[in-house]
Design a protein around this ligand. Structure first.
Ligand code: ARG
Length: 473
């Protein structure tokens, strides 16, 4: 192996490695995207080494300067990956050596790629989650703004995809805003949980040079250190949790996508997607397809695959670091990319689509007020269980006569129960039905406005929340 590049771990090896194995073993082609986290981690580590006099101050400064150059080379696209650069850690260390000479070899004192990679991943994911969180908040803000503007639009509400009761369009929109608000909360809790430092754990057993781990944590913006080195190098629960979070978030996106696909069909015609988010058919000139929504629905499957694939990898790993763990990065990267893209596309679709209030209203029919008819009798003192049957009998009477429920005369209704009176005509009003549902959480205007206000103040508080800031960008 005289001409081959020297491996970081090459000391005890004399044979050559199968080139196929080299390629199989390498992760540089995907983990290079953690270059900034890797450089930041190394900079903090150089400072900690000097703080404990493991290296001199001038050595620290050489390391810091060299690492800044490495970082800049990545940022400007000048970094050249060479054969033997197995992963981002080896690539950066090799380049640092070329730039500053043998002092580069001191940087890895007491450090292993095991605690290094675990640290890089947490740093990378933290920044990514902060960006994703901003996209979630933007999506909520767009939805709330639309709900406020279109508060007077009414539509059928569905259960079992059957028309059930009239609701405000805004109430429907906000049902998703609330799901996303819980998603945002969950993501923040998740960031906080994994924002702890593995670095300073060595390969598995701990650090032999009394590195100041609290200092390292502070430098890198971690809220604490991880107190068990075995756990520190092998824990990937944060990847599993992020993948589950991504999966749940995509499930919510997929569900609104499905609603809007149905609502945009010719039969419904409630919404019309902007051209920017639709495509045509190569054969049928009249087609306008909701491809954006279908892709959003489809990508949920992809993210589920990332999660389930990773869980399979994770489940059989004995203590502590095992190379299986290199398989943690691609699903994490792919989920983050998919989420970031999907959230922005969802926001784009929601902010640009047109709605047809006329079509929505035209889909309302008097039978959707059958519950209101029962409630009319409740207000006259009849027990609800009885009124439910009486209203059901009225629905049947209208069906038998092929007329609308509201076409039944007062006498027809009186034949079903004596408490019906001429004021029953007030039941046949969709707005009244909606306004009756004015307990908090209902579809009445006051309740919907309350939701809007609550979400707006949540957004205002969240926007000023500066507890996390990206360190690698
Ligand atoms: N590229 C490796 C990974 O992603 C880095 C850690 C390698 N550690 C080791 N002991 N081989 O997992």
């Amino acid at each position: 192996m005289t001409d081959a590049p020297k491996k970081l771990w090459g000391g005890r090896f004399s044979g050559t490695v199968d080139p196929l194995m080299d390629a199989f073993n390498a992760s540089i082609h995907f983990d290079k995207r953690m270059y900034a986290a890797d450089c930041m981690g190394s900079m903090a580590y150089a400072k900690a080494l000097a703080k404990n006099k493991i290296i001199s101050e001038s050595e620290r400064d050489q390391l810091l300067e060299g690492l800044a150059t490495v970082m800049e080379e990545w940022e400007t696209g000048k970094f050249v990956i060479k054969p033997g650069d197995e992963d981002i850690h080896t690539a950066n260390e090799r380049r640092l050596g070329e730039l500053i000479g043998s002092v580069a070899g001191k940087l890895h004192t007491g450090r292993s790629r095991n605690d290094q990679v675990a640290t890089d991943m947490r740093l990378w994911l933290r920044d990514e989650c902060i960006k994703i969180l901003a996209h979630v908040k933007e999506l909520i803000a767009i939805t709330v703004a639309r709900a406020e503007k279109e508060i007077d639009v009414i539509m059928p509400g569905y259960t079992h995809l059957q028309r059930a009761q009239p609701i405000r369009w805004s109430h429907f929109l906000l049902s998703y805003a609330w799901l996303w608000q819980s998603d945002a909360d969950r993501l923040e809790q998740l960031i906080d949980r994994f924002n702890v430092l593995p670095l300073g754990s060595g390969a598995l057993a701990g650090h032999a040079f009394k590195i100041d781990r609290a200092f390292l944590a502070k430098e890198l913006g971690f809220r604490d250190i991880i107190y068990n080195s075995l756990y520190a190098v092998s824990d990937r629960d944060f990847v599993a949790e992020f993948l589950f979070w991504s999966n749940l978030m995509m499930t919510h996106i997929s569900r609104i996508a499905e609603d809007l696909i149905i609502y945009s069909s010719g039969e419904f015609g409630f919404v019309r997607l902007a051209d920017a988010y639709s495509t045509g058919s190569s054969l049928m000139p009249q087609k306008k397809n909701p491809d954006s929504l279908e892709l959003l629905r489809g990508k949920c499957g992809r993210v589920f695959g990332n999660m389930s694939g990773f869980m399979m990898t994770y489940k059989g790993i004995p203590s502590t670091y095992n190379k299986d763990l290199q398989e943690d990065k691609e699903p994490m990267f792919d989920a983050a990319d998919t989420l970031s893209g999907s959230l922005q596309i969802t926001a784009g679709v929601l902010s640009t689509m047109d709605i047809s209030p006329n079509k929505m209203r035209a889909s309302l029919s008097a039978d959707m007020l059958a519950t209101d008819l029962a409630e009319y009798l409740v207000r006259k003192g009849v027990p609800f269980r009885e009124t439910h049957h009486i209203s059901g009998a009225a629905v049947k009477m209208a069906e038998d006569r092929s007329c609308s429920l509201s076409d039944l005369s007062v006498n027809d209704l009186k034949s079903l129960h004596p408490s019906f009176d001429s004021d029953v005509s007030s039941v046949w009003n969709f707005e009244t039905s909606i306004e009756n549902r004015n307990a908090p959480g209902g579809t009445a205007k006051s309740s919907v406005l309350e939701q809007i206000n609550l979400l707006k103040s949540w957004l205002a508080n969240k926007k000023s929340n500066k507890s996390y800031k990206c360190i690698t960008i």
